[in-house]
Design a protein around this ligand. Structure first.
Ligand SMILES: [Zn+2]
Length: 683
């Protein structure tokens, strides 16, 4: 539940204070630890040829001493290895273990130029690193071996990679990143196959020695990650979600998003959220210390989304100790909440689909659409899950009422059939822009794969970028009333449009479209800025019902534009679309000021509602300076049938609170939230 990682640097043996770390693991109530064993540097007296012992190791076995100390504390112990770099003697003896660049030259390491970059897909990993793992496992019988940077460092053009790829695909290694290039597409698949083969080999070898162990390659993530998350979900008993901190313009909910992405294919398997105590920017200040508030918020959002925290520290000798006390406090807090963090299942009813095949084979900025939806769902305080596009079968979708497809362009016929079945059984579906306009290989279709569900046909053109275009808000021609999609926009005659739109034509009647197009008109000179056409009647949203399900299709890039512009009018449309499509009372409503990430979980003997307070002037670009409390929040929870709550507690406030029951709803007032509050309803 609480992980520690100590990654030693080569000169640590003899310098660092081993007992200090054991004490710290104990003070933080860490129950699992990852310790440096070997690969790049061996911290034990290895006998594997070319396995480089730390030059400071002497006669010691630093790894073994740490393992013994942690075992005394009752911790789960995993060994860390890193195979991505090696030395001159290795390069001289085994030049075929070294990565080769596109020009055919062996690659020096970019940060430590006296070293060499290794090939991830050849004998260095398949043979040498397998020996290292066998040795570590037979000597120490650790619970698992973690492998950092195991999948190569970019394209490798070594003799093995060229030969193996040619034999497997008939192609030469690609020299383009264009996913429509046949060799590139084959490479994306072949590389995955090699890495899954490597993973299986390593896993089988360590399990021969210790059947209760496994290997944990550092891998996985969202749409843009390189290895198929569906296969990873089948293969891995646990994984580390390695998103260590915010960088640049990232939102504070990115850690939680990572948790949701892993859980989409890992289900209930434990997922560990690796966080850094330092500044994670491209300049890689690896010995830096981040602000306490930023670390707290980052970890809180991970925990609220099902991640088990893992602090990672490089170097056993500390150059700046300011992180020690904050992390200790964070860990002690979550240790105290442990029985409420075991998470049987999330109770969210909305699913946001992500698609690796869209990122791999169609390409483009796929994340911008997803990030727009993610921000909108956070602002709307709607609990939601991420859903992997290769797990759209009825069993996986059963807990969900509504699916959102944020410009999921690449979908196969069978995936489209699964989505139709979901709607036919009463599910809501929201899709944007070019969703399903390409097949699973990124090849353009004549028409949307979901044309029937959307009720439109593709007219052959995607317009944009559009300047100065708008949407007219329309009332129903029969009743004079506006559609609930336009809720909160009662006084608006028009709002801004997005940036790109697909030209479509309705194939069914849409008698009163709530949004219609006002086409672009000049934005300069100012004298010419007047609409040439006031009313086109061309719908820019298609809403329909089928088989009990509700479908919303936006032909424009509302989600991507929202991520870029963050217009409140677009937010309202996104929120209202989810509410209308979902068409049921929400599991939880939280009313009050501020921006909260709201998640809701069923435990063995309780329900837990996490409220992570993201309200902060540094919300959209960290680091956070101070945590700023939000005032009173009214929480209304829809109770599962037959549930009889015994008591309601606020875990951060550390007290019981009064609750009112009205029908199926439980009402609780949370007076204030600093960073992370949990409403725990005990049964
Ligand atoms: Zn290679």
């Amino acid at each position: 539940m609480r992980w520690a990682q100590l990654t030693l640097v080569e000169d640590d043996p003899g310098k660092f204070d081993l007992q200090f770390w054991l004490d710290y693991f104990q003070r933080t109530r860490s129950d699992a630890v990852c310790l440096s064993a070997g690969g790049c540097v061996a911290y034990y007296p290895t006998n594997v040829p070319f396995h480089h012992r730390s030059a400071w190791l002497g006669e010691r076995d630093v790894f073994g001493e740490l393992v013994a100390g942690c075992r005394k504390l009752g911790m789960v112990v995993i060994a860390r290895t890193d195979p991505h770099a090696t030395y001159d003697d290795v390069q001289a003896a085994h030049p075929d273990w070294i990565a080769v660049d596109a020009a055919g030259k062996p690659r020096r390491h970019w940060a430590s130029p006296e070293m060499w970059v290794t090939c991830g897909l050849g004998p260095y990993n398949f043979e040498f690193m397998t020996e290292v793992k066998r040795e570590v496992m037979s000597r120490y019988r650790v619970d698992a071996i973690f492998i950092n940077r195991w999948d190569g460092s970019g394209m490798c053009y070594c003799e093995y990679c060229r030969k193996n790829f040619r034999a497997a695909s008939g192609h030469e290694l690609p020299r383009t990143t264009d996913p429509h290039d046949a060799a590139r597409r084959a490479y994306i698949l072949w590389r995955q196959q090699r890495l899954f083969d490597l993973w299986r080999l390593w896993d089988a070898e360590v399990r021969k020695i210790n059947p209760d162990s496994c290997v944990i390659p550092n891998t996985g993530g969202g749409a843009t990650s390189a290895l198929d998350m569906q296969r990873i979900g089948e293969l891995a008993p646990t994984l580390m979600a390695d998103r260590q901190a915010r960088r640049g313009l990232s939102a504070p909910w990115v850690n939680g998003k990572n948790g949701k992405e892993y859980r989409a294919t890992m289900g209930r398997k434990p997922i560990v959220g690796t966080f850094s105590v330092g500044v994670e920017e491209p300049y890689r200040w690896k010995d830096s210390v981040q602000s306490e508030a930023e670390i707290r918020l980052w970890v809180a959002d991970g925990v609220a989304n099902g991640l088990r925290p893992w602090f990672t520290k490089f170097s056993g000798v500390l150059h700046d100790e300011r992180w020690l006390r904050p992390v200790e406090k964070i860990y002690q807090r979550y240790a105290g909440w442990e029985k409420y963090l075991r998470n049987e299942k999330p109770l969210a009813r909305v699913g946001l689909v992500y698609s690796q095949q869209t990122a791999w084979f169609h390409g483009g900025k796929v994340e911008d659409h997803t990030l727009g939806w993610y921000q909108a769902l956070i602002e709307a305080r709607i609990p939601f899950e991420m859903v992997h596009d290769r797990l759209l079968d009825a069993a996986h979708l059963a807990p969900l009422k509504t699916l959102i497809l944020p410009n999921i362009t690449a979908l196969s016929d069978s995936q489209c059939a699964q989505l139709r079945a979901f709607v036919e059984s009463g599910g809501g579906l929201i899709a944007t822009h070019e969703t399903s306009l390409y097949d699973e290989w990124g090849a353009k279709r004549k028409d949307f794969g979901l044309a029937g569900l959307f009720g439109v046909t593709f007219k052959g053109r995607v317009e944009g970028p559009m300047q100065n275009s708008y949407l007219r808000l329309e009332a129903d021609s029969a009743t004079g009333e506006r559609h609930p999609l336009l809720g909160g926009l009662e006084d608006a005659p028009r709002i801004i449009n997005g940036v790109r739109r697909v030209e479509v034509e309705a194939t069914r009647p849409f008698p009163s479209p709530p949004l219609t197009l006002i086409p672009s008109y000049p934005d300069l000179p100012m004298e010419k800025v007047y609409p040439r056409v006031l009313k086109t009647g061309l719908p820019q949203v298609y809403l329909r019902e089928e088989g009990g399900g509700r479908i919303v299709y936006f032909p424009w890039d509302i989600d991507r534009t929202f991520w870029e512009v963050l217009a409140p009018d677009h937010f309202k449309l996104l929120r209202n679309a989810v509410v209308w499509a979902t068409h049921e009372e929400p599991v939880v409503t939280v009313t009050g000021p501020g921006v909260l990430d709201v998640t809701v979980w069923q435990q063995k003997a309780s329900l837990t509602i996490h409220l992570v307070n993201l309200t902060n002037p540094m919300m959209m670009k960290g680091p956070v300076r101070d945590l700023i409390p939000v005032s009173e929040q009214k929480v209304r929870l829809r109770m599962p049938e037959g549930a009889k709550p015994k008591q309601v507690r606020l875990l951060a406030a550390g007290k019981k609170v009064r609750s009112d029951r009205s029908g199926p709803y439980l009402n609780v007032t949370v007076p204030s939230i600093l960073d992370h509050e949990v409403v725990a309803v005990d049964f």
